[in-house]
Design a protein around this ligand. Structure first.
Ligand code: PEP
Ligand code: MN
Length: 253
């Protein structure tokens, strides 16, 4: 059940909108030139403000269920509560644990019992020891099914949404068996910085990125500032493809 049987020689680009908003939105992403084979999209959103778009919930699950009947793609989404497991299991290929839930050990223990890979995001201010500690709660999955994701941490710096800790990626790749992803979108918080942060992730030894892309970023119901449009996404993939051989990697989209 290793996600995609991802090899250490590969660099995987996972992309999709911050949140699933409609059937058409996801279909448009799947029809785009650089369509991801593994698509992201939030169904249950952990928003800072309760008045913000909270995700489509069960309606989002139906959208993916219906699209999977006619299209071939893999799907990753965040789970925020163990009560979502039964309805998410049939439609997802990988669970995402968000930064806010990295310390939710009861949720991790429940996921550890299942046969699905987990992408474990780093908490806002989690040390590497705390992050690695959280992987212990998932250990029944086997290390090959635990994907770490550096998504920027909170520091004294405030100009950017978060501080992308690529040192952590370098450290983890040299000392631990886990695959490590980078989320340049939530780290940088602005689409104009995403390409360079992604190239830096590749140079840091990451196994891939998970990046936000939206057919019409300015209309996105969540995180509009950081979503790439298709042109930017295309350009990003093209640059990564060019850069991959320098790091003995092969690009997988
Ligand atoms: C997300 O990827 O949709 C997300 C909310 O990210 P994070 O948990 O890293 O804030
Ligand atoms: Mn987002």
């Amino acid at each position: 059940m290793n996600l995609f049987n991802l090899e250490s020689s590969e660099f995987l680009v996972v992309s999709g909108p911050c949140a699933i908003e409609s059937h058409e939105q996801i279909e448009t992403v799947l029809n785009s030139e650089m369509a991801p084979s593994l698509i992201r999209g939030g169904i249950y959103k952990m928003r800072t403000k309760k008045s913000s778009f909270q995700g489509l919930g069960p309606e989002g699950i139906e959208i993916i269920k219906n699209l999977k009947k006619k299209r071939s793609f893999k799907f990753i989404t965040e789970i925020t509560d163990p009560r979502q497991i039964d309805s998410l299991l049939p439609v997802i290929d990988c669970f995402q644990i968000g930064a806010r839930n990295m310390y939710n050990y009861e949720l991790l223990k429940e996921l550890s019992k299942l046969k699905k890979p987990v992408l474990l995001k780093r908490g806002f201010s989690a040390t590497l020891n705390e992050w690695l500690g959280a992987t212990d709660y998932l250990s029944d999955l086997g290390e090959e099914n635990i994907y770490l994701c550096e998504r920027g941490i909170r520091t004294f710096e405030t100009k950017l949404r978060n501080t992308l800790d690529l040192g952590a990626v370098i450290y983890l790749k040299k000392n631990h068996p886990f695959k490590v992803f980078v989320d340049p979108s939530h780290a940088m918080g602005d689409s104009k910085y995403v390409e360079q942060a992604s190239l830096a992730a590749l140079a840091s030894g990451a196994d891939g990125i998970i990046v936000e892309v939206h057919p019409e970023p300015q209309k996105a119901l969540s995180d509009p500032e950081q979503a790439l449009d298709f042109k930017m996404h295309h350009e990003l993939v093209r640059k990564l493809e060019k850069a991959c051989p320098i790091f003995d990697k092969k690009l997988r989209v």
